[in-house]
Design a protein around this ligand. Sequence first.
Ligand code: C2E
Ligand code: CA
Ligand code: CA
Ligand code: CA
Length: 278
Amino acid sequence: AKSLGRNAICFFDPQLQSALLERRTLEHDMRSGLQTGQFELFYQPQVEMGRVIGAEALLRWKHPQKGHVPPAQFIPLAEETGFILPLGDWVLQAACHQLARWANHPRFGQLVLSVNVSPRQFHQSGFVDQVLKALAEHGADAHRLKLELTEGMLVADVDDTIAKMARLKSYGIGFSLDDFGTGYSSLAYLKRLPLDQLKIDRSFVRDVLTDPNDAAIARTIVALAKSLGLHVIAEGVETQAQCRFLEGVRCYAWQGYLMSPPLPVLEFERLVTNGNVP
Ligand code: C2E
Ligand code: CA
Ligand code: CA
Ligand code: CA
């Protein structure tokens, strides 16, 4: 205890102590929440040329006392504690279950579902088998599943990353690079990864009309995607003007509040059936 020195005093800081307690409570609640069905996937439509082409699955937690807890509050904690492993597996299972339900439907059967994968989940040794198992158990088509990875997680062990992606890709699973441009972009490794799509981050889309730097970044990402033979999608599109800007730089796929926030599955299905795309 002596070696802890000054920091040991901090441990008894009442504010820090209550923060620690809060975290431990949240972690405990996550575990029981997963067992009692408090988690749900919402679906945000992704559109291209006036048509819903797919959705991004976004995790929602309805806490019995706290109400709706946003992912930004529990995903990082789950990532730290390792709870993201069972939670991420649940997400894959739920996504594959949904894909299987949509499979033979004339309209929903065409949709591609994008699923967020956390770094720790991706880097666990059994990740590839976990994904294949989820698809097989639910009878879902691998071609309808897209995994969203973030740049940071791909630079860690490039060879292992490529091997994993290549194996999954051989079954027809697609890959989108999420939050592109916000991390350490190394264009050298980008070329080596078997990606299908780059996603223009919401932080660039937001001010695309007022900040020339963001406009340049958006334009550059589209050009980069094109030169690498990748698709591109923009996230966080909230206005018609942003949408028109993106079309102007030849980015035709997007998601955002302009179309719809993430929705419970029934509402999402209703929107796909009746929705007018802006
Ligand atoms: P993300 O993957 O970048 O997801 C996009 C976030 O932007 C979502 O927040 C979405 O609701 C929000 N969004 C979409 N359109 C708009 C818009 O037009 N305007 C604004 N202001 N926001 C928009 P959400 O659902 O709160 O998720 C936050 C983050 O939590 C996600 O960021 C992702 O990193 C993580 N996350 C969510 N679900 C999962 C999951 O199943 N697994 C993992 N590993 N992470 C998840
Ligand atoms: Ca995402
Ligand atoms: Ca994103
Ligand atoms: Ca983001």
